[in-house]
Write a protein that binds this ligand. Structure first.
Ligand code: FES
Length: 346
């Protein structure tokens, strides 16, 4: 059934009249998505990208085994959030500043006697050298930015990887253009250098848009674990009889609409949120492992490792702590849980 807003009459905006479409009437065009958003969505649904995605992803997984120190640092585990979004600001900031300096009065785009001669307008004699230095700084900063981005990209799901691949190609193109611009400036071809920088900024902006789509629309880098803090004031909750939990085998239990991973080890019970903070993988299907002498659960999807006692991240790609619960067993043999708070409980 298709409905369409009425376009005529004096109906107030707050109460639009609707009418049902006739049998042979086609719906009017709906509001078009902004072109870039439509493009990004088309990229998500382009299976032709899967070949290169698979080849690059396999190569990265082989070159950067999960659980190593380097892999954790590139994902941002020691910082508690992905490192890539913070690092991309450096090259983009440098390159944008370089292009702005190119267009300042006195930076050889204003003819002699032009605006730079107006009272109050200063010339910037060092702008040319400054923009060259900024280009070089941006190219240097692009290396760690690309390394962290590729590490994160290798542990995404297929739709995210398609968008991420085009994002990487755009940023790679931008880096090449800025590199060519630097070379042109170093051999004295400043006009060519400025044109190349402008093209590089356009490519970097398109790539940045796709990066935003990846993070904000497709949720790459955000925590996917269910929030449990709102349960804190409600105190202890009955979960299940302790004897229902198999010893040493992770199982899933429901607490209202929350899915929880429950693991009994002898008389000890550990409970974490079941949806992995990285991309929502089912932790109850993971393996119990030991990391830094602590019992942990390893996510079945990309191998993030969380400490069972408090949900701390031992290995990435996850960077956010897995929400965890304090547990107690009542005299009647029921496991009760309440959200673990990091600070002192009031
Ligand atoms: S979903 Fe990726 S590590 Fe768990």
């Amino acid at each position: 059934m298709v409905w369409q807003l009425s376009s005529g009459g004096r109906t107030p905006r707050s109460t639009p009249r609707v009418r049902r479409l006739g049998r042979h009437e086609s719906p009017r065009r709906t509001l078009p998505l902004p072109r870039l958003a439509a493009f990004a969505e088309r990229v998500e649904r382009t299976p032709a990208l899967d070949g290169p995605v698979r080849a690059l992803s396999d190569a990265l997984v082989r070159a950067l085994p999960s659980g190593t120190r380097l892999d954790d640092v590139l994902h941002g585990v020691p910082f508690g959030q992905p490192a890539h979004p913070a690092l991309v600001r450096l090259p983009l900031g440098c390159w944008t500043s370089a292009v702005l300096l190119d267009f300042l009065p006195g930076a050889h785009l204003v003819p002699e006697g032009g605006i730079a001669r107006w009272p109050g307008v200063q010339r910037f004699p060092g702008a040319q050298q400054a923009s060259t230095a900024l280009l070089a700084a941006g190219l240097t900063a692009a290396l760690p930015s690309a390394a962290t981005g590729l590490a994160d990209w290798s542990a995404l799901h297929r739709y995210q990887q398609r968008v991420g691949l085009v994002h990487a190609v755009a940023q790679g193109g931008a880096t090449t253009l800025f590199g060519a611009s630097l070379l042109a400036r170093l051999i004295g071809r400043h006009k060519t250098g400025k044109a190349l920088s402008l093209a590089g900024l356009a490519a970097a902006s398109a790539g940045a848009y796709l990066g935003g789509h990846l993070a904000l629309r497709l949720g790459a880098g955000a925590s996917h674990a269910e929030s449990i803090e709102h349960l804190s004031p409600l105190g202890w909750h009955d979960l299940c009889p302790v004897n229902d939990l198999p010893d040493g085998r992770p199982t899933r239990r429901q607490l209202g609409y929350l899915s929880l991973l429950a693991l009994r080890q002898g008389s000890e019970v550990h409970v974490l949120s079941d949806h992995c903070a990285h991309l929502g993988g089912p932790l109850h299907q993971g393996r119990v492992v030991t990391a830094r002498d602590a019992a942990c659960i390893s996510c079945p999807w990309h191998g993030s490792v969380f400490r069972l006692s408090d949900g701390a991240v031992m290995h990435g790609p996850a960077t956010a702590r897995q929400p965890s619960f304090e547990c107690q067993v009542t005299d009647s043999g029921w496991v009760q849980v309440r959200p673990r708070t990091l600070g002192k409980r009031a």
